[in-house]
Write a protein that binds this ligand. Structure first.
Ligand SMILES: [Fe+2]
Ligand SMILES: [Fe+2]
Length: 262
């Protein structure tokens, strides 16, 4: 955006001159957002689970401190959080996950795959959107059978690659989301190709087949219906997720304390 059209967008030179530096910065951000061709969605963790947190621009005032510890706006997590507690207090997409798990169960798939469907987008709902398959797999890897985390990692790339032989066309929703001409980055093709030749290909592919976009208001899926499968296939650590010193403990802690300053 050029300077002249920016000044015009805030109401002209007089209005522009009367603005503080912060107001100008905010107006510029807004104007640049309006110019974007695509809608940019922030990950839930950046918006404090949809309780938007604008970045403070003013320096700290005397007696004011940066936030550390439990964020009062969020449900407080216990000292030993379990997967179920994260479902209840942090995951913002549990209905999508439950619907996918339900479909997998209706399709008669093994419990391991039902759990993979139940957790496949855990990163989208609780952590970050970008590379959600990779982050989701890493989050749960210490607590599940390797096949489950592997499948979650690769469902992300396989979502973009149709396999009509097993009943998976390119998702119609992706045309709506990303446009007709959208082509994923090369690493997506490379990883999908690798997954396609792997012994667990069909496990990851089943996640994509049972990945449902529509939420049927007439179907109520309760998390309780999956307590038994979670109990058998997800090993919550004794110390609680976030506190067991596993390779992903820091990621769970990030969800517990999403706004710690450092
Ligand atoms: Fe996904
Ligand atoms: Fe999904």
């Amino acid at each position: 955006m050029d300077r002249r059209s920016f000044i015009a967008s805030v109401g002209g030179v007089v209005a522009f001159t009367a603005m503080t530096a912060n107001q100008k910065a905010d107006a510029l951000e807004l104007a640049m957002n309006d110019e974007l061709e695509a809608r940019v969605n922030k990950s839930v963790i950046c918006t404090t689970y949809r309780r938007e947190t604008p970045d403070p621009k003013e320096p700290l005032k005397p007696g004011e401190f940066n936030h550390m510890g439990h964020d009062k706006r969020l449900p407080r997590m216990s000292d030993k959080p379990t997967l179920l507690e994260f479902f209840e207090k942090r995951l913002t997409n549990s209905s999508h996950l439950l619907q996918s798990a339900r479909l997998a169960r209706i399709n008669g798939l093994p419990e391991k795959i039902v759990l993979a469907c139940l957790l496949h987008d855990i990163s989208v709902g609780g952590y970050v959107r970008v590379d959600h398959g990779y982050h989701g797999a890493q989050l749960i890897a210490p607590y599940v059978d390797e096949e489950i985390s592997w499948a979650i990692k690769y469902h992300q790339s396989l979502r973009f690659i149709p396999d009509e032989d097993v009943g998976y066309p390119y998702p119609e929703a992706y045309i709506r989301y990303f446009g007709e001409d959208y082509k994923p980055e090369p690493y997506i093709y490379k990883d999908a190709e690798y997954a396609r030749n792997h012994k667990w290909y069909m496990t990851a592919r089943q996640i994509t087949i049972n990945d449902v976009y529509s939420f049927d208001p007439n179907v109520k899926v309760e998390l309780e219906d999956y307590y038994d499968i979670i109990g058998r296939h997800f090993k919550d650590p004794e110390e609680g997720l976030g506190y067991d010193n596993s390779h992903s403990a820091h990621m769970w802690r990030t969800m517990i304390f999403p706004n710690n300053h450092l």
